[in-house]
Ligand binder design. Structure first.
Ligand SMILES: *[C@@H]1O[C@H](CO)[C@@H](O)[C@H](O)[C@H]1NC(C)=O
Ligand SMILES: *[C@@H]1O[C@H](CO)[C@@H](O)[C@H](O)[C@H]1NC(C)=O
Length: 716
């Protein structure tokens, strides 16, 4: 075998320098044709090396033989001999000198320049530096001339198993659901080994579990951890500590090992039903407790956690299902029983409920284990409470005619004490609701009577509050609203709905409608109002006017003939009798004032004021405003011209008295009216000098006439 290898090697390499490599312990020497000699080490070492040689050889790299090997971590008393350089040019005479240069030359590797022996003078660590590249040269001892070109070779540091496996990411944590089937994968871990993974078994790891059996197992090669027991129960044990070992050398004895811990936590699944802590609960509640009040709490325990422990609560049976309800309190995970409808101790003193708690999130895998719910019985005892009186009705509506006699009974309220020891009751009126003391109540029987007369037209509703008080316990009080409606009696006569003022056109035709009037009645008959109109009996055959009832309960007044003339008679008074349809009916007489006016051809009233100064009582607002406007206008004009006259004519003081008088007289003549005269007088009085100043201001009398005319027209 070695011979065959040697031949192959020779074919591959023909260097000028001969490397004579001795391998005293683990270094081999490669023999090269005539120039090389391979020195072998121990047979064991050689076997190992030749295997390696074969591997290297297969890779077909050049210069592969140009290597030496040195075992790492060697620490003997002497430097370790790595190999020997030798050229066949060296006849043995001491004419040749070997020189070493490159990685670690002189520091790590030392060469004997005569023999060519290379020693490692330091301890080597493959994990630090796995190979060194060096250059060898043979020179003439005397001349120092190179005998050969320099040649490169490599010293490889050979691995020994000097590193233990390490778990770099440990300690580990993992979870797996409880109740998992056997062989469920939990997690996997990885250890690393710094030794040479391609050389030997120094980095070949095998995993095993030191602690944590029989619950978990590990795959030796992949380090996948699996459950080794089925149906592990979280409720029994939640956390497991697993100690994992990685061992190199393929797990064989002599290998190095490292350990780590893995904490496995079982996660919850819903494998437990809820269970009531008690099968029977007792609660008691006063009958007068407010609706919605919590009466008691029931709780079903569940060994699971989180949502797997959540239950919803229900009342599924019992004689109090209508009165009570249960709500689930997610926070406390219990059920709260509350009152839904009022209790009455006197009617029923106890109730029984069947309540159920059911898991909300059910795992179908375990639903076969039976219902994930539980029931319990709740007994509720109603306690008596001293209750205030109870009226027979929550409100009362009474009706009374407005003409009801004083002290007559309007209605009655009744109340009773619901307690077993029923107390007598006394009634009173809350006077804040009957400030006028319109009503009285009989304290014993609750009969309400009329204290002062009623008037529907004043107030339709009297809404009062009645108080009922228990005689034995005055703090037990109830109140009830009583609405008293006053019913109508026909006690008001109808009358005109407004103050009417009628105008009759002098040029109107017979049959013209002068005015339409309506009536009103303060009473409020059930079927609405129906009015009857008539003229006074003595006027039924009035030659001037007639009346006509309209569909809408109103009345039209018509002229019977034409030719009315305000010179002849300017105002007519027409009394009209209005009667309602009450039983008995009431009636009144209203008088319509009809004024004769001048109208345009199309019937628009233009002037009724020939005798306006008479100031008839029925003067309309429009007429009053018109008169007022006239007065103001006149005043303004007078003040205006007096002021102007003063400004302009101050120096022209005196003409002669005759002129002034003449003016006065003329003015009076032309005006012929009281207003004009007054206006003049006022102006004169307001300005004592005015008599003198007046003439130049107005100039010619004709101008004044025109002015006055304009004023008069404006007034009309
Ligand atoms: C009185 O009560 C009646 C019936 O409840 C109601 O219609 C009316 O508006 C009330 N009147 C007053 C003044 O409160
Ligand atoms: C009718 O009118 C005439 C004048 O126009 C008058 O004299 C007479 O009194 C009037 N009759 C009534 C009833 O008003």
């Amino acid at each position: 075998m070695p011979e065959r290898l040697a031949e192959t090697i020779v074919a591959l390499w023909t260097p000028l320098i001969i490397l004579w490599i001795t391998l005293p312990t683990c270094v081999y020497m490669a023999p090269m044709n005539q120039a090389y000699t391979l020195s072998t080490g121990s047979p064991l070492e050689l076997g190992r090396q030749s295997e390696e040689l074969r591997i290297l050889n297969r890779s077909k790299r050049g210069w592969v033989w140009n290597q030496m090997f040195v075992l790492e971590e060697f620490s003997g008393p002497e430097p370790i001999l790595v190999g020997r350089l030798h050229t066949d040019l060296d006849p043995g005479s001491k004419k040749i000198k070997y020189i070493l240069s490159g990685d670690g030359a002189g520091t790590i590797f030392q060469i004997n320049d005569i023999t060519g022996d290379i020693h490692a003078i330091k301890r080597l660590d493959r994990e630090e530096k796995a190979e060194y590249t060096l250059t060898a040269q043979a020179v003439d001892w005397e001349t120092n001339k190179p005998l050969e070109p320099p040649s490169e070779f490599i010293i490889k540091v050979q691995d020994i198993n000097d590193n233990a496996p390490e778990f770099l990411n440990g300690p580990y944590h993992a979870t797996v659901p409880e109740m998992s089937i056997l062989g469920t994968s939990v997690t996997n871990v990885t250890a690393t080994d710094a030794d040479d993974p391609v050389y030997g078994n120094s980095a070949k790891l095998v995993y095993s579990i030191l602690e944590g059996q029989p619950y978990f197992s590990i795959e030796p090669e992949t380090a996948i951890i699996k459950t080794a027991l089925p149906n592990m129960d979280r409720e029994a044990k939640e956390e497991y500590l697993v100690v994992i070992q990685a061992k190199d050398m393929g797990g064989h004895s002599g290998g190095l090992s490292g350990t780590t811990t893995l904490t496995v936590t079982l996660t919850d699944v819903n494998d437990n039903p809820p269970k009531f802590a008690q099968s029977l609960y007792h609660f008691s509640v006063p009958e007068d407790v407010v609706l919605g009040t919590a009466i008691g709490r029931v709780k079903a325990n569940d060994q699971d956690i989180g949502e797997n422990a959540q239950s919803s609560y229900d009342i599924i049976d019992g004689d109090g299902t209508a009165l009570f309800e249960i709500t689930s309190d997610a926070q406390a995970q219990d059920g709260v029983i509350r009152l839904r409808k009022p209790l009455d101790f006197e009617t029923k003193k106890s109730y029984t409920l069947k309540v159920e708690a059911a898991n909300i999130h059910i795992d179908p895998r375990f639903s076969g284990r039976g219902p994930f719910k539980d029931t319990a019985t709740v007994k509720i005892v109603v306690e008596d409470a001293d209750e205030p009186p109870v009226f027979s009705s929550p409100t009362y509506l009474l009706e009374v005619h407005e003409n009801a006699a004083l002290n007559s009974v309007i209605g009655q309220v009744t109340a009773r004490d619901p307690d077993i020891t029923s107390s007598p009751i006394r009634f009173s009126i809350d006077r804040h609701t009957d400030l006028e003391r319109q009503f009285n109540i009989n304290a014993d029987d609750g009969k309400i009577t009329l204290a002062t007369p009623l008037d529907r037209e004043l107030s339709v509703w009297h809404n009062i509050t009645i108080i009922a008080t228990e005689i034995r316990n005055h703090s037990q009080i109830s109140r009830v609203p009583v609405a008293i409606k006053v019913l109508d009696v026909n006690d008001n006569a109808p009358e005109f709905a407004a103050e009417y003022e009628a105008f009759l056109c002098e040029n109107g035709k017979p049959g013209q409608v002068i005015q339409t009037v309506s009536a009103m009645d303060k009473d409020d008959p059930k079927n609405g109002h129906y009015f009857l109109y008539s003229l006074l009996p003595e006027m039924v055959n009035n030659p001037n006017f007639t009346i006509k009832k309209n569909e809408d309960n109103s009345l039209s007044i018509l002229a019977k003939h034409n030719g009315f003339n305000r010179q002849k008679q300017e105002v007519y008074l027409l009394p009209i009798v209005i009667s309602d349809s009450g039983n008995p009916p009431l009636s009144s007489t209203s008088t319509l004032t009809i004024r004769v006016c001048g109208c345009s051809n199309d019937g628009v009233v233009q002037s009724c004021n020939v005798e306006a100064y008479v100031l008839p009582i029925g003067l309309s607002m429009g007429a009053l405003i018109a008169i007022l406007a006239c007065i103001i206008l006149l005043l303004v004009i007078v003040v205006l011209f007096v002021t102007l006259r003063r400004h302009k004519n101050e120096p022209l003081i005196i003409k002669d008295d005759e002129d002034v008088r003449e003016n006065i007289i003329r003015y009076d003549d032309e005006g012929g009216g009281e207003e004009d005269t007054e206006a003049f007088d006022i102006a004169t009085l307001q300005n004592p000098d005015g008599i003198n100043g007046f003439l130049p201001r107005w100039g010619m009398p004709t101008e004044r006439w025109e002015e006055r005319n304009a004023i008069q027209t404006g007034c009309v």
